[in-house]
Design a binder for this molecule. Structure first.
Ligand code: IPD
Length: 273
């Protein structure tokens, strides 16, 4: 039977809100910055796990036939052909430091849980500290806290506010810095807000004109990519490819095409040493 996109979207939204409340409540006033990510018991890792565990427990009851792919727990097979793609805390570094841009991202996809070929059916991104939730359903449009959203229509690349992000490896960052040298002089300004899921939603609601990043994981882009697309953005990779780990570029179609061309000219997707 055809999946009920409205019900899936509502469940995604509900789950993102519930996990967000858990994670926010579990954040110590002053997270010990030094030594985090160094062990399995650091507070960020623990809250990532707790959030994903909650999402998995709810899904096991409400959607027992669906598969799950999560940042922390990896893949759990299902029989329905649908997969829930979970990022229990997107923007972990912000969460760690107490910067407000971090989110829980929940999406459900049909087909292989691979951005190169999947069909995202529904998704929600809950920016917990800001108390903002975006959601989208395939063919239904996208909303921010219940109000329909649309991309902003910038007149030229030069007037675009562009979001981006950087990977964690030094070689990747050197290349991303070289690309940024070409992009920054050609646009209004650049933002590095620290959560890819939120960045994509901000393209959807017109708070950013464009966003690009290399190296995103499926859970970083699943829900936010649908929100952007359903709000009228084009979301793709370079050289006619879909958005994947190699490159994700989102924005109003005309400006997105210009940014894609610029990124292609800089070799933004070239192999990293
Ligand atoms: C990261 C954030 C960040 C982006 C990184 C992602 P995480 O996700 O989305 O903005 O630049 O590429 O890995 O590690 O906080 O879940």
């Amino acid at each position: 039977s055809e999946p009920d996109v409205t019900a899936l979207r509502e469940l995604a939204r509900h789950l993102a809100l519930e996990a967000g409340a858990l994670v926010r409540g579990g954040r110590p006033d002053r997270v010990e910055v030094a030594g985090t990510k160094s062990s399995d018991v650091d507070p960020v890792t623990a809250m990532d796990r707790a959030s994903e565990d909650l999402l998995r427990r709810r899904l096991a009851v409400q959607r027992p036939e669906d598969a799950v792919l999560g940042e922390e727990g990896g893949g759990t097979p299902g029989t329905s052909g649908l997969t829930w793609v979970l990022d229990p805390i997107d923007g972990t570094v912000n969460y760690l430091y107490g910067v407000s841009s971090w989110a829980v991202s929940v999406a459900v996809v049909a087909g292989e849980p691979d951005p190169a070929s999947w069909t995202v059916l529904a998704g929600a991104v809950h920016s917990v500290v800001d108390g903002v939730t975006w959601s989208a359903g395939r063919g239904q449009g996208a909303d921010r806290d219940g109000t329909a959203i649309q991309v902003r229509r910038a007149a030229s690349l030069a007037t675009c506010l562009v979001g981006t992000g950087f990977g964690y490896a030094a070689e990747r960052r050197e290349q991303q810095a070289r690309v940024l040298v070409e992009v920054l002089p050609r646009v209004r300004d650049v933002r590095r807000l620290g959560s890819a899921a939120i960045d994509l939603c901000l393209v959807g609601d017109g708070s950013l004109d464009l966003y690009y990043e290399r190296g995103l994981n499926p859970w970083d882009m699943a829900a936010g990519g649908l929100v952007a697309a359903e709000a009228g953005a084009r979301v793709s990779g370079l050289h006619g490819a879909p958005a994947t780990v190699d490159m994700t570029v989102a924005g109003t179609p005309e400006r997105q095409a210009e940014l894609v061309a610029l990124l292609e000219s800089t070799g933004a997707d070239a192999a990293v040493r």
